[in-house]
Design a protein around this ligand. Structure first.
Ligand code: 3PG
Length: 394
């Protein structure tokens, strides 16, 4: 990661902040934990701005090419953000006006007519084809309801979508507090990590770890593999993994062949089996993985080491998590849906140095890729209302 220059909400001109804020969040989790992480930003915006308009997506719903002017019906209903508007109301202890349609004339009127400090949530943006198409016209319409834009949705910043990327062409745009925190924390582990640097890579897929393995090939002291990444490398080495889940895609397997030769990869030495499958690391591996994380100064963890949803196959991940928490000198980062679910289940999350809200976004960031949503915050809006000063985050 090179040092990146983006505009930060923390440093934004207070005069600009007085206008109507358009803030992109990510409601795409089961229990809204991503939203809990951005409550300080929302409270800040509610204090500073005249009104706050929240936009988000959930899942991958059917897209309506021409937009829609009523509420979603039938199958589309499950993707509605209506329930999220109620959850949000509880979290911010303030009424949230939920807007069920994309008639921008009516949306503008509703916002303008509402009392100061009102908070709005628009329906799932992915109902509109223009969103995933990064369509300028759609972005312009979105921009017309507000005076400035805040990206507080790191988790979707790897998507070049209208509400993440194109929108910044039309409004002064800033990185929210949590987005800044993500960039600073992940960059800290990537740029000048204190060593030993250890990456724990597990979970249900191997191909999505390939980019990270490559990026950290000459930086990591150790890669400790569990889950499907370990099964796949063992399989490629000719170990009989029986019915264990391995990466099946031939093209991905070919790419993973290079990884087999990495000297800093440590594979499990023993396993916990169930139904002819490797479902967790074994007790000897627990011990030697725990020893290594106990001496690490920087740890990045993506993907549990076993089938943590089913006891006793969570024991390997629990033992290694405890060893990380005993290490008082380490800067530890974890992220990804399954990893965060596991850490939360056991109350380990609060003791980690940093929990990323990103799934795919975190993986792509850690591959050294420039995420479209972050890159977009480097540019000036086409019709900017201030001579925007750039802030530097490194
Ligand atoms: C996520 O949950 O990773 C983000 O919300 C992005 O979702 P997507 O993969 O459907 O774009």
């Amino acid at each position: 990661m090179k040092s990146i220059m983006i505009k930060l909400l923390r440093r934004a001109n207070p005069k600009i902040l007085k206008g109507i804020a358009l803030v992109r969040l990510d409601f795409n989790t089961e229990d809204n934990w991503r939203i809990a992480a951005v409550i300080p930003t929302l409270k800040f915006l509610i204090r500073q701005a005249t009104k706050v308009v929240i936009i988000s997506h959930r899942g991958r719903p059917p897209e309506f090419k021409k937009g829609f002017y009523g509420a979603p019906a039938g199958d589309a209903k499950q993707f509605s953000l209506r329930a999220d508007s109620l959850a949000l109301k509880k979290l911010i202890k303030k009424n949230v006006h939920f807007i069920t349609h994309f008639d921008f004339g009516a949306i503008k009127k509703e916002i303008n007519d509402a009392p100061q400090k009102s908070v709005f949530l628009l329906e799932n943006l992915r109902f509109m084809a223009g969103e995933s198409g990064n369509d300028n016209r759609f972005a312009k319409k979105l921009s017309s309801v507000a005076d400035y834009y805040v990206n507080e949705a790191f988790a979707v910043s790897h998507r070049a979508h209208a509400s993440v990327s194109a929108i910044t062409r039309y409004l002064p745009s800033y990185a929210g507090f949590e987005l800044e925190h993500e960039i600073v924390s992940l960059s800290r582990a990537m740029d000048n990590p204190r060593q030993p640097l250890v990456l724990l890579l597990g979970g249900g897929k191997a191909s999505d770890k390939l980019g990270i393995l490559k990026y950290f090939k000459n930086k990591a002291d150790y890669f400790l593999l569990g889950g499907v990444p370990a099964n796949t490398i063992l399989f490629l080495k000719g170990v009989d993994v029986k019915n264990s889940i391995v990466e099946k895609d031939a093209a991905e397997l070919k790419k993973l062949k290079d990884i087999v030769r990495y000297k800093n990869i440590l594979l499990p030495a023993d396993f916990a089996w169930g139904d002819g499958k490797i479902l967790d690391i074994g007790k000897r591996t627990e011990l030697y993985f725990s020893k290594i994380v106990g001496r690490a100064r920087t740890i990045i963890w993506s993907g549990p080491l076993g089938f943590f949803e089913k006891k006793p196959f969570d024991e390997g991940s629990i033992a290694v998590a405890r060893a990380i928490l005993r290490n008082k000198k380490v800067f530890s980062i974890a992220g990804g849906g399954e990893t965060v679910a596991f850490l939360k289940k056991h109350g380990f999350d609060k003791k980690f140095g940093f929990i990323s809200t990103g799934g795919g976004a975190m993986l792509e960031f850690l591959e050294g890729k420039k995420l479209p949503g972050i890159a977009a915050l480097e540019g000036e809006p086409r019709r900017g209302r201030e001579a925007l000063k750039r802030s530097s985050v490194s």
